[in-house]
Unconditional design. Sequence first.
Length: 305
Amino acid sequence: MQYLLITIVALFGIIKSADFLIDQSIALAKKLKVSSFVIGFTIIAFGTSLPELVVSLYSTYSGHPSIAISNVLGSNIVNICLILGILAIYKPYKLSKSDVIINIPLNLITLITFIILIVFNNNTLNISSGIILLIIFVATLFFERRENHVSKTKNITKFNVSILIASLIALVIFGKISVDSILEFSKLFGVEETILGYFVMAIGTSLPELIASLTAIRKGNEELGIGNILGSNLFNLFFILGTASLIKTLDLSFFLIEVIMLSVITIALVILALIGKRFYFTRKEGILLLIFYIIFIFSQLNIFT
């Protein structure tokens, strides 16, 4: 019962800290005269992905790299299928032209690059490939900054760096507390490490992305919400796995099905973005993404049962 209470309190903390974070991020976007997407793609994506970073680096260092890999792949699948699906059902939103033409396809291109890299490296990520991932990550951030438009979002909040940093820290802390509480529940059932990574930890560490994106959508800043999701996926795949591979060589031989699944849903995201009415992401597309996630769940249960 105490874990349930802690989880509820932590979720409330996540919601409130995300609220402050979104306001300050929009204010920063206006101050720097860059797009809300770029702010979401960098600052918020980094902040909301810190739980994944902490979990992945610690698990790799402690000799459990499978948790790091399953957590990252699981989080990316959760971000696209579960979070974008929930966002579309909560409130259909219009994608910007830069999302459809640049940002979403770029997510697919970087994923293909990742796959090519592991294939040519015998399904592993070592120090050299980790460095390559980090270089691509920095280059992509630079490209995004140049190609996205200036934000025209109305916002009366004055930028305060202290509030921005405090909300980021609070978001990470509350995210970690909620994950720890969820993990205590899962331990009672003796769940496998990879299943823990795919579902409990992936969903748990993705809670900040969900709350931050929901808050952005609620405030009418869809661009910021999408940027957070796409930026988080890039951060997870390139920065987290790239950094983790510097600690220990990661073997992805047993995760090829999940990589393929992530590729399929990313391609589906590109298609859905193009065929929607005037680039709208509606409840219909949201439901379809949730169906993809259900398929992923069943595929994992079939593998481990």
